[in-house]
Design a protein around this ligand. Structure first.
Ligand code: PBG
Length: 332
């Protein structure tokens, strides 16, 4: 056999990095506006948007300013919006959540009406924004979150959101059996086309900090009895199996950047689309670091989004969706 082995230095990976055109051609992953989803907050009773101190550039919207923001997202080519509602009044069972006249359900209808042909309208399906105690479910006599009583509330919320026009429901509460309960409830009501996106692996995270300001959270304590322990990666695969068996159409890993390993494992194992959520604390870290002059804001944002793609995300929820979509269109 002739010796085909090359001389030292003959294999030079730098060849493919030489010019912008070469780098563009050999890029393994690309970002596009259609795979970005913008979470948005709407607060009952507001007349004008209020910017969040812990998330500069993100606001609690009035109904009108929400619709305008959704229109800007659609103009930028963003794939969807995920709506969160902050009601004027909260109670123990979160009764504003499944009230057709509740702020979130009204917002869903308004956004669907304005941009429903151009992007996908999604709603957060969880009780924490609506309960007086701030937990994601209703409480049992011992003060813990009552899993099965909460499922009944989620089904009622699902029907209200789907009837208001939500095309994708984002089940973020981490109750056991939530996908099966909501799917069955939707199907029994004839809402066969409503998509169920489940927060499959949702970790109990310190990075949710600014979100608590965004939704005026009244939570005392934490969510560790229902959200996952950051120490556990393998457990995400068990949650994935359950979600698939229960009929989830799309699954999600959240938070994002500290959990890219979990995202990669779930993406490798999942036959359905896998999304991730670059959450409020991740947003705040980059914004405040950029303001301090420590990093290049635009480059850091785009690099962070590419990280999600490389790890296997099919779409990313990010508070920069509209802005990043604009940049991507400039350079496309
Ligand atoms: C629960 C929910 C939370 C977020 C989205 N849905 C908060 C939590 O679980 O504590 C956080 C999103 C973010 O931090 O950007 N409804």
């Amino acid at each position: 056999m002739p010796d085909y082995s090359l001389a030292p230095g003959a294999i030079r990976p730098r060849r493919l990095r030489r010019t912008p055109a070469l780098r563009r051609l050999v890029a393994e992953h690309r970002l596009s506006p259609a795979e970005l989803i913008e979470p948005m907050f709407v607060k009952e009773g507001l007349e004008a948007p209020v910017e969040l101190a812990t998330m500069p550039g993100v606001s609690q919207h009035s109904l009108d300013s929400l619709v305008a923001a959704a229109q800007r997202a659609a103009d930028a080519g963003v794939g969807g919006v995920m709506l969160f509602g902050i009601p004027a009044h909260r109670d123990a069972t979160g009764s504003a959540a499944d009230d057709p006249g509740g702020i979130l359900n009204r917002a869903i209808a308004a956004v669907r009406d304005a941009v429903g042909e151009r992007l996908v309208v999604m709603a957060d399906l969880c009780l924490d924004e609506f309960t007086s105690h701030g937990h994601c479910g209703v409480l049992a006599a011992d003060g813990g979150v009552d899993n099965d009583a909460t499922l009944d509330r989620y089904v009622s919320m699902a029907l209200a959101q789907a009837r208001a026009g939500a095309q994708v429901l984002g089940l973020s509460g981490m109750m056991d059996g939530q996908v099966a309960a909501v799917r069955t409830g939707l199907d029994e009501a004839g809402l066969l086309d409503t998509v169920v996106m489940d927060y499959t692996a949702k970790y109990s995270s310190a990075f949710y900090g600014p979100f608590r300001e965004a939704v005026d959270s009244q939570l005392t304590g934490d969510r560790r009895t229902y959200q996952q322990d950051p120490a556990n990666g393998r457990e995400a695969l068990r949650e994935l199996e359950l979600d698939l068996a229960e009929g989830a159409d799309i699954v999600m890993v959240k938070p994002g950047m500290p959990y890219l390993d979990v995202l990669a494992e779930v993406a490798a194992a999942s036959p359905v689309p896998v999304w991730s959520y670059q959450i409020s604390g991740e947003y705040a870290m980059i914004e405040f670091a950029a303001r301090a002059g420590a990093i290049d804001r635009r480059a850091a944002i785009l690099e962070s989004l590419m990280g999600f793609k490389r790890a296997g995300a099919d779409a990313v929820l990010t508070y920069w969706a509209t802005e990043a979509a604009g940049w991507l269109r400039e350079t496309a």
